[in-house]
Design a protein around this ligand. Structure first.
Ligand code: CAA
Length: 381
């Protein structure tokens, strides 16, 4: 077993770290306050290859492995989780889904633009009444001659107004239940497609979250992904990998908060010494560092399994379940280590604490991850 990173991995991690510090750190507090999307920064991430990291270079991607993606996600998330969710959705839901299940025409038309960051993508599964219970899709895509007519509402969509292309899951054959669901590529400017107001969120406030309405949107048949009825499997297979990305986001939020807490504890003095010399603080740092290391191993194992073409559904779910809990615990403790300053925006840790919460909710709540893992343990799936 070799725990060493390759030279290429180290180079990618360091490039992501430099980018996060020089391009994302300035203005991150202001963007959070104003709920401002990091538009210029995301453009630069695209130019550097961070938005299509695992995509084959023949479609404009960087052709890297999942380990590289995880390393970059951690570094970007340490500084700006609003930017890293854009990166995660574009890479592991939209690009990965299209590359693996789209046809050649779809890849040439859409993936080439998404992988370079020229265009952004969104993944539209959740609905007002279908979040965790994802098979209960109410959005319909009814077949006509050479098109489908799309009607319904999607909720909490990341990149809701900034995306150019949307992967939309909808029910075509209600009687077939989840086997009647399809996935489609929908373009932003199509008639009948409306974007609701931006959600005012607790965390990842720089990211762009909206509901979407489809009113008789005509989707050409060639924009269906895969065979008729493949849509739910498409969503599940894609999300299984997406969860590794969110696990790495949670890991980054935790390690960012830990690094700030460690530095602060070495500088801040009470009772005549740096606070890290008090066991009360030192032991908090130990717990944070140990849990972060465990979360990192789970993320790496899931990424490695994906790169080996093994089944990573359970390892990805475990990584997300654990890393998101570590993100919550670590950021709360990082605020505590900072004392009064932790409650103040300038010190970053309160934002990381707010950002951490969503990692226990999106791409499957912690409770959903437990359902996925427990079914495998018990042997019912
Ligand atoms: N790979 C392949 N197929 C899968 C699969 C996987 N990982 N998981 C399930 N399936 C298949 C099953 O095999 C089954 O197919 P068959 O009937 O052919 O056997 C079908 O999907 C239905 O599966 P279940 O019977 O297990 O369905 P269920 O109703 O019990 O629910 C669930 C399964 C795992 C709970 C699922 O509903 C789920 O994942 N829910 C959470 C949804 C979610 O993650 N939403 C996140 C929204 S996206 C987002 O947040 C993006 C963003 O913007 C950040």
């Amino acid at each position: 077993m070799d725990f060493n990173l390759t030279e290429e991995h180290i180079m990618i991690r360091d490039a992501a770290r430099d980018f996060a510090r020089t391009e994302l750190l300035p203005g991150v507090i202001e963007r959070d306050n104003k709920q401002e999307f990091p538009k210029e920064q995301i453009k630069k991430m695209g130019a550097l290859g961070f938005l299509g990291m695992m995509v084959d270079p023949k479609y404009g991607g960087s052709g890297l492995d999942t380990i590289s993606y995880i390393l970059a996600m951690e570094e970007i998330s340490k500084i700006d989780a609003s930017a890293s969710v854009v990166m995660s959705v574009n890479n592991s839901l939209v690009c990965w889904g299209l590359e693996h299940f789209g046809n050649e025409e779809q890849k040439q038309k859409y993936l080439t633009k998404l992988a370079t960051g020229e265009s952004l993508g969104a993944f539209c599964l959740s609905e007002p009444e279908a979040g965790s219970d994802a098979t209960s899709q109410k959005t319909t895509a009814i077949e006509h001659d050479d098109y489908y007519l799309l009607n319904g509402t999607k909720n909490w969509i990341t990149n809701g107004s900034t995306a150019d292309f949307y992967l939309v899951i909808a029910q075509t054959h209600i009687e077939k239940e989840h086997k009647g669901i399809n996935a489609f590529i929908v373009e932003k400017n199509w008639k009948g497609f409306d974007i609701g107001p931006k959600e005012d969120k607790l965390g990842i406030r720089g990211s762009d979250t909206h509901s979407l309405q489809f009113n008789d949107v005509k989707v050409p048949k060639e924009n269906r992904i895969g065979a008729d009825g493949f849509g739910f499997k498409f969503a599940m297979k894609t999300l299984a990998g997406g969860r590794i990305g969110i696990a790495a986001q949670a890991l980054g939020i935790a390690s960012g908060a830990y690094e700030l807490a460690l530095k602060y504890s070495q500088e801040r003095k009470t009772f005549g010494t740096a606070i890290c010399n008090h066991q009360a603080i030192a032991f908090k740092l130990v717990d944070m560092a140990t849990q972060i290391e465990a979360a990192r191993h789970l993320c790496m194992k899931a990424a490695w399994e994906k790169d080996q073409n093994m089944d990573y559904t359970v390892s990805g779910a475990m990584a997300k379940l654990y890393a998101s809990q570590v993100a919550m615990d670590t950021t709360i403790e990082a605020v505590q280590v900072h004392g009064g300053n932790g409650f103040v925006k300038d010190y970053h840790v309160e934002r990381l604490m707010r950002d951490a919460k969503i990692t226990q909710i999106y791409e499957g709540t912690s409770e959903i991850q437990k359902i996925i893992i427990s079914r495998r343990l018990i042997g019912t799936k």
